[in-house]
Design a protein around this ligand. Structure first.
Ligand code: HEM
Ligand code: HEM
Length: 181
């Protein structure tokens, strides 16, 4: 079983990171929308944002690892795609990386701009770096719209993966699911 990526597919590290991060991001999106609607008397008023922030920090750590892994590995060959599909797919992949950094860093600023640290599942603590009036609201706006943007991209990305698999019978999905042929 390949650990690193090869020209014909993604190795086990990239696949594990892709699918666990995709699942975590989708869960965080739902949790985020639900938790901002909770009222003060809900039993989840404190714990839901705590869990959201903790998983979010772990997603950030995974994102840093994954970016390093991406840069240090060959990118599986996509020259069989039509020029438009290839350009669109590369643009979406790059946009995911950029937007995920914006999303996780804005989440960090929402949570820490009042000086409080983030406790990650009680395991370790991420301190506040910048305290500033108005930063929380600005970061909140960026966080919300970036999260929506990522979900729109994820829908297009998922539809494209299913399309290539089901209608064009390409190996696009299998090389991310089961690895190089
Ligand atoms: C990585 C994936 C993440 C996703 C998909 C995500 C998604 C969301 C969504 C959809 C909301 C609701 C926004 C709204 O409707 O106002 C939200 C709120 C929030 N998120 Fe995230 N988030 C992520 C990461 C993080 C991280 C890393 C942190 C902090 C370290 C964080 C902290 C918060 C906080 C504090 C709120 C509440 C904002 C408010 O009270 O208006 N999030 N998130
Ligand atoms: C929020 C969820 C998701 C995010 C953020 C995401 C992100 C990414 C990124 C950044 C890549 C490029 C790989 C790299 O160069 O590192 C990728 C590849 C891929 N993703 Fe996703 N993904 C998500 C969900 C999904 C889902 C639900 C599916 C399928 C049902 C999927 C199928 C694929 C496939 C097949 C590839 C390989 C494409 C290729 O080889 O050109 N992804 N994804």
């Amino acid at each position: 079983m390949a650990i690193t990526d090869t020209p014909t597919g993604y190795g086990s590290v990239s696949r594990a990171l892709h699918w666990t991060m995709a699942a975590a991001i989708i869960v965080l999106f739902g949790l985020g929308l639900w938790m901002v609607g909770l009222d003060y008397y809900s039993p989840y008023y404190q714990s839901a944002p705590d869990v959201h922030r903790s998983i979010g920090i772990l997603v950030f750590v995974a994102l840093v690892l994954r970016s390093g892994w991406r840069l240090g590995n060959v990118k599986p060959d996509d020259s069989d795609l039509a020029p438009f599909a290839r350009t669109a797919s590369r643009a979406v992949h790059r946009a995911f990386y950029v937007l995920l950094f914006v999303l996780t860093i804005s989440g960090y600023f929402i949570s820490t701009s009042d000086g409080r640290p983030i406790e990650v599942f009680g395991l370790f603590r991420v301190p506040s770096a910048i305290q500033s009036v108005g930063l929380e609201d600005a970061a909140g706006l960026v966080h919300r719209w970036t999260a929506y943007g990522i979900m729109v991209l994820a829908s297009v990305h998922t539809a494209a993966a299913i399309w290539h698999h089901a209608f064009e019978r390409r190996h696009t999905l299998s090389r991310m699911w089961s690895g190089p042929a």
